[in-house]
Design a binder for this molecule. Structure first.
Ligand SMILES: C[S@@+](CC[C@H](N)C(=O)[O-])C[C@H]1O[C@@H](n2cnc3c(N)ncnc32)[C@H](O)[C@@H]1O
Length: 205
């Protein structure tokens, strides 16, 4: 999907994926010591802003200027004064190496031709002993979004993920949790209904 697609989606009234953070992120952050966290492809900021309300020092980025506007609006609603949100593509951004305690990829669906490279690129920004928190639609999700388009998610197999791909992209990580599961999503207007996801928590060795 192009930047124009995302800008159009986020320019509409309301929050496309809701104002609430993703459930898996919420349950995972409870167990991790707070520090600096990066949210790639943070969209309208529901996840980054949530982490900031818990006291994490948050950096987010996304292709979409409209996403950033919404994220800043949400941050101000939650009395968050400081949200470092950069607009751009990962390949054009840079962060200090080994500077984050966690990186949270929540439905950060990079297109199939770049996603592995981007997963590798992101790892250099993570400290040793830092966490990757990852949730994305799996290849089996096609069986769900073909019958219920409201659940959303990519429509092409190469952009969707699998357990094997995650293991391969995060080879140097200790696996704390890795599973594929069916979930019932209730996230705004565009993640509604049953879907198939891969969830991963990994610790950088
Ligand atoms: C399904 S939305 C998820 C947004 C957010 N993570 C959430 O869960 O609410 C996918 C997001 O990925 C962003 N995105 C896709 N490719 C990107 C890239 N190469 N660099 C930065 N953002 C990207 C889009 O702009 C969009 O906001």
């Amino acid at each position: 999907m192009t930047k124009e697609f995302w800008n159009q989606r986020y320019a509409a009234v309301g929050f496309a994926y809701g104002e609430e953070a993703n459930e898996f992120l919420k349950e995972t952050l409870v167990d991790i010591p707070k520090g600096k966290i990066l949210f790639p492809a943070d969209g309208e900021g529901r996840n980054g802003v949530y982490a900031a309300t818990l006291g994490w020092q948050v950096s987010s980025f996304d292709l979409s200027e409209e996403g950033k506007k919404k994220a800043l609006k949400l941050a101000s609603q939650k009395n968050i004064i400081q949200l470092d949100y950069q607009v751009g593509d990962l390949k054009d951004l840079s962060y200090p190496e080994q500077s984050f305690d966690a990186i949270a990829l929540i439905f950060a669906h990079f297109s199939g031709d770049i996603k592995s490279d981007y997963h590798h690129l992101l790892q250099k920004y993570l400290k040793k002993g830092g966490y990757v928190i990852f949730e994305a639609f799996s290849k089996n999700h096609l069986a769900y979004n073909s019958v219920n388009p409201k659940v959303g998610g990519p429509k092409d197999l190469v952009t969707l993920t699998s357990l094997e791909e995650v293991k391969d992209d995060f080879k140097d990580f200790e696996i704390i949790r890795l599973e594929e599961m069916e979930v019932e999503l209730n996230e705004g207007n565009y993640h509604l209904g049953k879907g198939a996801v891969v969830r991963f928590i990994g610790l950088k060795k």
